[in-house]
Design a binder for this molecule. Structure first.
Ligand SMILES: [Zn+2]
Length: 372
């Protein structure tokens, strides 16, 4: 087949797009030009239909109904891992026999491309219509090594993942109906992981998620009053206070936020305001890995066990707020101590009022004390 696209990105990284048997695209990101021509020979199965967007009239917030996801793979054994490369006896989602970084559309997506005339309804309380859950969901495999994890990847490998995040942000922005792009990783069964293979996901929403909407309003008000992005002032306070810093280099800073909500919460932000992953300079993209690795190794070092965490990229929405909402990664762990988890109980779940059992300064000191 000669119709595949090969695209040169920064840092010498090359992307090649191929088709899976059911028509989904798989993109390989490689550190150099590598021939990617393995064919997906799995039989074509019907793909699930679209879910629904319903309005919660109590809060005017959208909820995605994706009941079709109930049948998705749940913690398969390693020999049946759908994210490992294809090998004799295993036809996985990735037809190649090895890969560096691979990205493909989720087999059972919560959000998927809708009809071209799709529109997000105006909010009208109980009369708001139910619509297809428009959007896009991708799986991003960090490495073909089933036993690896993000924090122990080589800096070169993290650089390829970073390039994939930047490129996906650019590419998904061009799809119809996309309002916000959210790359994230859940690690550990404690936070609902269904596949152990090191991977992240990208959810692209057709509406602004509630927290983005709130952060956009707050950041917009701050900018109107101070003519500076809020995240820049937050970083300035962290640099001045020093006590909550966990790691830094010339481009990035990792810190426990001033009002953290989880026993171990780390934010990693570029020191210079940047709207989203696509807008990072090549130098910022190159230097992210050292700070990210250090932050994650400190997190795992606190109790000497692999910490269950959620790593979430906050970026500016696709079409609004790009000069006020700045890029940063939020890593939160629900682990309080070995054998103890923080549950989102009544106050947090029902009131969204968080109670922290530990001061952020104490958490930062524990993270800094880890020998790495
Ligand atoms: Zn695997």
């Amino acid at each position: 087949m000669s119709s595949e696209k090969s695209i040169s990105l920064s840092h010498g990284i090359v992307r090649q797009d191929r088709k899976l048997s059911d028509g989904r695209t798989i993109s390989y990101y490689d550190s150099k030009s590598i021939v990617r021509e393995a064919v997906d020979s799995r039989p074509v199965e019907n793909r699930p239909g679209l879910g629904e967007l319903r309005l919660d009239a109590l809060t005017n917030e959208w909820v995605v109904m994706a009941a079709h996801r109930q049948t998705r793979a749940f913690l398969p054994p390693k020999e049946l891992c759908p994210l490992c490369p294809t090998k004799p006896g295993l036809q996985s989602e990735i037809p190649e026999s090895s890969y560096e970084v691979a990205v493909f559309e989720n087999l059972s997506p919560s959000l998927a491309i809708a009809a071209s005339n799709w529109k997000l309804p105006e909010l009208d309380g109980l009369n708001t219509p139910v619509v297809d859950a428009a959007g896009f969901c991708e799986v991003l495999c960090y490495t073909d090594d089933h036993e690896a994890n993000f924090g122990t990847l080589s800096l070169e490998q993290i650089r390829i993942v970073m390039e994939a995040w930047r490129d996906r942000t650019r590419e998904i922005s061009k799809l119809p109906h996309i309002a916000h792009i959210f790359p994230f990783e859940n690690r550990g069964v404690e936070v609902g992981v269904t596949l152990h293979h090191p991977h992240g996901q990208i959810y692209a929403y057709s509406y602004l998620p509630p927290r983005v909407e709130k952060m956009l309003k707050v950041a917009g008000d701050h900018f109107a009053k101070n003519s500076r992005p809020l995240i820049s002032d937050i970083i300035a306070r962290e640099i001045k206070d020093e006590v909550r810093i966990v790691a830094q280099n010339s481009d990035w800073i990792a810190y426990v936020p001033f009002a953290s909500r989880y026993p171990f919460e780390i934010h990693i932000a570029p020191k210079v305001f940047t709207a989203d992953l696509a807008e990072l300079s090549d130098a910022q993209a190159d230097s992210f890995g050292t700070v990210a690795k250090e932050a994650l190794q400190r997190l795992d070092g606190v109790f000497g066990i692999e910490m269950a965490y959620m790593a979430s990229w906050h970026q500016a929405p696709v079409n609004v707020g790009r000069d006020v909402l700045g890029l940063h990664m939020q890593i939160t762990s629900i682990r309080r101590a070995p054998g103890k988890l923080k549950y989102l109980a009544g106050s947090e779940s029902a009131m969204q009022a968080f109670i922290m059992d530990m001061k952020p300064e104490q958490s930062a000191a524990q993270l800094r004390d880890v020998k790495i």
